[in-house]
Design a protein around this ligand. Structure first.
Ligand code: HEC
Ligand code: HEC
Length: 240
């Protein structure tokens, strides 16, 4: 090999090394994440491979949300933070009927039956978040959506969410205000991708065939307004 060829080779190697190192690092973080999911036995409560529950009995017994499409659903940065500092997202747990007790006026959540989530250190949370972000079995559903941030919810946003479509019967728009059989939505903008929200609102059963959220057959413009309203709530709220 003459010296100019050797120089060329050297330059190519020099150029490639950082990319190569970067690639191996992200691959190894990801491989580490798979090992950690096993180590912490996350699959004892979460489905890491599909499909979603196909019967009501299976739905009611589900211990934690399905994670096999986590990469289509969650923001990776939020996953990383939440896994280090988990906070309750469903005020009455996975299936509200398992966690309510009679109260003086109406049913109340029996918080003694709800358990705290496992908390991870920063390194493990980062590796697991990277692995979860790579789990994308529902990319086709996400690609069918186009979020339009310019459609302002305006004062109508809350009207749509509360009075017109009755979403508030199941979802809280601020702590303690709203229904309890769904997730709190005032943190959803921080947790979820806008495309996931659009798709889920379009057809909840496409994601989770037996879930009790009804398909409201909304016109596209109102779906955009609702998603932008939910994102606005998250910006106003200090909750993570
Ligand atoms: C004992 C059961 C159990 C185990 C084990 C468990 N989780 Fe969870 N996980 C839950 C429940 C229940 C929720 C819902 C929390 C809520 O709504 O407040 C949840 C929520 C989550 C969420 C938030 C997603 C969402 O939409 O609510 C993530 C991410 C998550 N778990 C990841 C993990 C990972 C990663 C592991 C392993 C390190 C793990 N979980 C272990 C029960 C569990
Ligand atoms: C009958 C109760 C019910 C009604 C009414 C309802 N939802 Fe839901 N919604 C749910 C349940 C249950 C889930 C799934 C929660 C889970 O993953 O554990 C859900 C999930 C969602 C999600 C994903 C949230 C997340 O945090 O993962 C969004 C966004 C959402 N609903 C918006 C709406 C909107 C907008 C409306 C009104 C058009 C609505 N919902 C009406 C019960 C309801």
């Amino acid at each position: 090999m003459n010296s100019s060829m050797a120089m060329k080779l050297f330059n190519i190697l020099l150029f490639c090394t950082p990319i190569y190192v970067g690639l191996t690092l992200s691959i190894s973080a990801h491989a580490g994440g798979i090992g950690l999911l096993k180590k912490y036995d996350c699959a004892s409560c979460h489905a890491l491979t599909g499909p979603a529950p196909a019967t009501l009995a299976a739905l009611w017994q589900r211990k934690g949300p399905d994670l096999f499409y986590a990469g289509n659903k969650y923001r990776q940065a939020w996953l990383e933070t939440w896994l280090q500092q988990p906070k309750r997202i469903r005020p009455a747990g996975m299936f509200y009927m398992n966690h309510i007790k009679p109260g003086p006026k109406r049913n109340m959540v029996d918080t003694s039956t709800l358990t705290e989530h496992i908390q991870l250190n920063k390194k493990d949370a980062k590796a697991i978040a990277a692995t979860l972000a790579s789990m994308k079995t529902h990319t086709a559903l996400i690609q069918a959506e186009k979020h339009d941030a310019s459609i302002s919810p305006g004062p109508l946003g809350e009207m749509l969410f509360d009075k017109i479509y009755g979403c508030m019967a199941c979802h809280q728009i601020e702590p303690g205000f709203g229904g309890m059989s769904g997730t709190e939505v005032y943190t959803a903008g921080k947790r979820l991708t806008p495309e996931f929200m659009l798709s889920y609102i379009r057809n909840p059963q496409a994601w989770d065939p037996k879930i009790w959220m009804p398909n409201a057959h909304l016109p596209d413009n109102n779906k955009q307004k609702l998603v932008n309203y939910i994102i606005k709530l998250s910006k106003e709220s200090n909750d993570e």
